[in-house]
Design a protein around this ligand. Structure first.
Ligand code: PRP
Ligand code: ZN
Length: 287
């Protein structure tokens, strides 16, 4: 292996920082944190980690300062840099929405006609406005968008919403969802050679971590006469593992189930006669 190192940019502090760091750690990559530093070196993978402002990440990746990065789709689409989305990561889910004061009577987007909308997402908002043929004034500000209406700077805002508490505590109501967003792994266009190989190696691990998060390992005891019915309830990776228990007439059944169907399946398993059901998280899952 060459001595080349892949450089990854992640958010220094903000909504995506912890999950980005945890993703790399769950990929088995060990490194110091970026609380005081700008850069860390992985101890057991040819990777350098840069801790940056999320808004700058697409540009650094496009310019080759970093080879890859983890950043929200909201930032990727806003910045319009020449980067490629390699994999959506399933965390940092939020939406970019238009919100207006609670007293604003809003029925549809025509009510935005001739308003001033404050945002840090002028490109995405501009497209929404043009696409809907509305005339509105975009106030591109650098932060604290949510206070713009109360200080008379704008009639509406276009900002990220995740729990909704920022809007709520500023007396705003969400009226239009412009885009849904989640964190994504991006790379410079046409990453090649050794860098591509390193990315593929990392991606293999990332996919295993994501798949693991979406699935649970389930173990249960089944009476032999109910086994067929119980097995039908379990999709599994191939088919469930069935092992005899020391007590005759019973077996132990092991399988993997999707987190989304989990409670439904567990209920049905119980009704079908399963006992001693254990559910265990999976660290990595290689399909
Ligand atoms: C976003 C947005 C709001 C907040 C909304 O900021 O600007 O302030 O999150 O979240 P809530 O609905 O849970 O209250 P973010 O932390 O992403 O900062 P950034 O835009 O500066 O990166
Ligand atoms: Zn930001």
């Amino acid at each position: 292996m060459s001595e080349k190192k892949l450089k990854i940019a992640i958010q220094k502090s903000g909504r995506l920082s912890d999950d980005s760091i945890n993703l790399l750690k769950n990929c088995g990559i060990r490194f110091g944190n970026g609380v005081v530093k700008l850069k860390a070196e992985a101890r057991n993978f040819p990777l350098e980690i840069f801790f940056l402002r999320d808004d700058d990440i697409p540009e650094y990746v496009a310019d080759g300062v970093a080879d890859i990065g983890i950043v929200g789709e909201n930032v990727i689409y806003e910045k319009e840099k020449d980067v490629e989305i390699i994999e959506k990561l399933g965390f940092g889910r939020c939406r970019l929405s238009i919100a207006v004061p609670k007293s604003f009577v809003y029925e549809d987007f025509h009510h935005l006609e001739n308003t001033r909308i404050a945002t840090t997402y002028p490109n995405i908002l501009g497209k929404f406005i043009a696409g809907n043929k509305i005339k509105a004034d975009i106030h591109n500000i650098s932060g604290s968008v949510e206070i713009a209406p109360s200080i008379g700077l704008a009639d509406a805002v276009c900002d990220l919403v995740s729990s909704g508490s920022t809007l709520f505590s500023n007396g705003l109501q969400e009226v239009e969802i412009i885009m849904q967003s989640e964190a994504a792994l991006i790379s410079r266009k046409n990453l090649d050679g050794d860098y591509r190989k390193l990315l593929d190696k990392l991606l293999f691990r990332v996919k295993a971590v994501i798949a693991a998060k979406q699935n649970k390992y389930i173990l249960l005891n089944a009476p032999n006469d109910k086994l067929e019915e119980i097995i039908k309830l379990l999709p599994g990776m191939k088919s469930p593992t069935v092992l005899p228990l020391a007590e005759s007439g019973w077996c132990s059944v092991h399988s993997v189930i999707n987190e989304n169907d989990f409670w439904e399946i567990v209920e049905n398993l119980k009704l079908a006669g399963a006992e001693g059901i254990l559910v265990v998280s999976i660290d990595q899952m290689i399909k």
